[in-house]
Design a protein around this ligand. Structure first.
Ligand SMILES: C[S@@+](CC[C@H](N)C(=O)[O-])C[C@H]1O[C@@H](n2cnc3c(N)ncnc32)[C@H](O)[C@@H]1O
Length: 316
């Protein structure tokens, strides 16, 4: 079982440096996507050998399907300050990350001309749904999409009941029970949670005034597939909000599809931000880039502190 620290290491993204890598081919156009070419130096000459599945790796491969992660993400999304962090010396400004992501979307949305935009928002890789619920403060229809069925089930339970009890590990087998609650001022009927794959989004989703994907990119088997779908998913003039801790791991993404964290053919480091600017630049204008901090609590005494890189874009 991979240590959780290997999954979300504290990462400061390096600002764009050096030349952008060359492309393997010109853009391929399809009916509903802009095919994004993968840089040549990212392509393996021979197929990556697939290891024989080992039952003990099952939990590692499907980490978001486990109850442990449902509980950890319920705490990340809905935990009160004293439930997440017990000590006075810890950075309290790292709490409520999914609420703050929703606020980034809503603040940016206030500054765009909404007259021709669909009043709909899409939270891709929504986790336990906190950002989706926050978006419902403004948007009449908010779709939260998740690959993990247990996460979707928990989101639907929260939508239905407005609250949900869950267990949090203190140490070893000792747990505390907390309750996740949705703000009563949020109209939960505006939300809809669906199971799906961010790399294979149906045309039936239509277009949105705002699309957000928080800490999703480096969990995808092929993030280029998701990026190439975005120009048709975000309505012209609409917003795209991405956050990523740039924790590229072969456990989730084959190296040839890493957006950053590798060297180009001239030996210069390529960052995720470099690639996002290159791939999204044709269809989106970068409005803002900033760091956002957050905590994921594992036990009472073990937490991950992550600095994720947020970028806000407007569709041309
Ligand atoms: C690091 S979590 C982030 C969750 C949430 N956005 C947040 O900020 O807390 C990544 C999420 O992406 C989901 N995910 C991974 N691969 C996905 C895919 N192909 N399509 C949709 N969701 C996916 C995982 O189940 C997990 O909930």
């Amino acid at each position: 079982m991979a240590n959780i620290f290997q999954q979300h290491k504290y990462t400061i993204a390096i600002a764009a440096t050096g030349a952008v890598a060359g492309f393997a081919a010109a853009k391929l156009l399809s009916s509903h996507t802009h095919a994004v070419p993968v840089p040549e130096q990212n392509q393996h000459p021979t197929p990556i050998p697939k290891p024989t599945p080992d039952p003990k790796d099952e939990e590692e491969n499907n980490i978001y399907e486990t109850q442990k992660y449902v509980n950890e993400y319920l705490l990340l999304h809905y935990g009160e300050a004293d439930e997440v962090l017990r000590h006075s010396f810890v950075p309290m400004d790292s709490l409520e990350f999914p609420r703050r992501v929703g606020k980034e979307c809503l603040d940016a949305y206030r500054s765009v001309d909404k007259s021709k935009l669909p009043n709909r928002a899409f939270d891709v890789g929504c986790g336990l749904g906190r950002t989706t619920f926050e978006l419902a403060r403004e948007f009449e229809e908010c779709i939260g999409l998740e690959q993990s069925q247990p996460f979707v089930d928990a989101c639907n339970k929260l939508k239905q009941d407005g609250e949900m009890p869950y267990n949090v590990c203190e140490e070893g087998d000792v747990h505390s029970t907390y309750t996740a609650r949705i703000d009563a001022r949020v109209d939960r009927t505006r939300t809809k949670f669906v199971q799906g794959d961010a790399c294979d989004l149906s045309l039936d989703f239509g277009q949105f005034g705002c699309v957000v994907a928080a800490n999703l990119l480096c969990r995808l088997p092929n993030p280029y597939k998701f990026l190439e779908r975005l120009p048709n998913l975000v309505a012209s003039g609409g917003l795209l909000v991405l956050t990523t801790p740039c924790t590229w791991l072969t456990q989730f993404t084959p190296k040839k599809y890493w957006l950053g964290g590798h060297y180009d053919q001239n030996g210069r480091p390529v960052t995720t931000f470099d690639t996002l600017k290159r791939v999204l630049g044709t269809d989106f204008i970068l409005i803002e880039e900033k760091n956002m901090r957050f905590f994921i609590r594992e036990t009472a005494r073990k937490n991950q502190w992550v600095v994720t890189q947020a970028t806000i874009w407007r569709r041309r």
